[in-house]
Design a protein around this ligand. Structure first.
Ligand code: F6P
Length: 365
């Protein structure tokens, strides 16, 4: 590692958790200590940065956490310093607390801040970087919707959960001649539905990027029956929508960077299928099982590489950058490029082409 003036590094985990966060914290802390830097773990993401909550991390704090899910630092998706919720007379007011974040960074004497997070976290990083904080971003999210990196860690673990669930649902759906509709996460991107559905052998995948036709779904289920398959598995992304219709939401939380809470599409799709095909239909919502538990070996490796690379960037004084996977190599990109747009499933995405080639319907053709 190149010699550096960076001596004290803050690290935080922002937004929704996912498997692999602890592996990154370990991947940063061990090499940092070995190179004479100290690491300051900020508690509960940006909330801790604004409120001044942190503790020093030593090798013993990160020993044995490689395979542990969640984050030893805690996380929050309500602590955006630029969009800080304050309760006044029973109402929520949004205020700017970024100066408090900057003040704590200075009081703690940090030379750099490594922020591990998704889209929301990278937006905050970009703004903090413009205020003069030496930020390095590490991309995580089960949704895999961050542009400028081929993959975010956490996605592979979520896909594993979906694939395993579909394997289990396959046997029961087949025994009872049922249609089972499985709702997966992913927000506005269909990566979890596509990759999980492909790995788990779904018959129909519904993705936010491809508005579906009800008739195509019914046809697929009934045609399978003609071919002797009296059951079907539908893997639906929480953000999927019918042609001419909108996404199904559960509510709004204005304390968050993105207030929309998605959920309920599986129930909606299942009811329509049952009514229009007269086939018995059940629903499974995988929800936060996709975010919990131990990271897959692939995510453990990727997270460790991301962490070790982030600390190297800090040592080299390369700030305002996000660690990124490009092909099989770890590179760095400008944070502002990473947040320019969301990475969505496209018509020429190879996994989509392969899925269609093996007969999976996306409700569009
Ligand atoms: O971004 C990760 C994610 O799990 C999304 O897939 C999902 O829409 C959202 O977070 C759920 O957030 P929460 O944990 O606040 O319910």
């Amino acid at each position: 590692m190149a010699r550096t003036k960076v001596r004290k590094i803050g690290i935080l985990t922002g937004g929704g958790d996912c498997p692999g966060l602890n592996a990154v914290i370990r991947g940063v802390t061990k090499p940092a200590q070995d190179n004479g830097m100290s690491v300051f773990g900020i508690i509960d993401g940006f909330e801790g940065l604004v409120e001044g909550r942190a503790r020093e991390l030593k090798n013993e704090d990160v020993s044995g956490i490689l395979a542990r899910g969640g984050t030893i630092l805690g996380s929050s998706n309500k602590g955006d310093p630029f969009h800080w919720p304050v309760e006044k007379e029973g109402k929520i007011e949004i205020v700017d607390k970024s100066n408090a974040a900057l003040r704590n960074y200075e009081i703690w004497g940090l030379d750099a801040l490594i922020a591990i997070g998704g889209d929301g976290t990278m937006h905050i990083c970009n703004k903090l970087s413009q205020m003069g904080i030496n930020v390095i971003g590490v991309p995580k999210t089960i949704d895999n919707d961050l542009e400028a990196t081929d993959l975010t860690f956490g996605h592979d673990s979520a896909v594993y959960v979906v694939s395993e669930a579909l394997d289990r649902l396959h046997t029961t759906a087949s025994s009872h001649h049922r249609v089972i509709v499985v709702e997966v996460m992913g927000r506005y991107a269909g990566w979890i539905a596509l990759n999980g559905g492909l790995a788990g052998g779904a018959d129909i995948i519904l993705s936010p990027e491809i508005p579906f036709s009800w008739e195509k779904i019914y046809d697929k289920i009934l045609n399978r029956e003609i071919m002797g398959k009296k059951f079907s598995l539908v893997c639906v992304a929480e953000g999927a929508k019918p042609m001419g219709g909108g996404m199904i939401t559960k509510g709004e939380d204005i304390k968050r960077h993105d207030p929309v809470q998605l959920g309920g599409i599986a129930e909606y799709v299942a009811k329509k299928i049952e009514k229009n095909t007269k086939r018995e239909t059940r629903v499974t919502v995988l929800g936060h099982t996709q975010r919990g538990g131990s990271p897959t070996p692939y995510d453990r490796i990727l997270s460790t590489k991301f962490g070790a690379f982030a600390i190297q960037l800090a040592a080299e004084g390369k700030f305002g950058r996000m660690v990124a996977l490009k092909g099989s190599e770890i590179k760095n990109v400008k944070i502002e490029d990473a947040i320019a747009r969301q990475k969505l499933v496209k018509h020429d995405t190879q996994a989509l082409i392969a899925a269609k080639a093996v007969g999976i319907s996306f409700g569009d053709s």
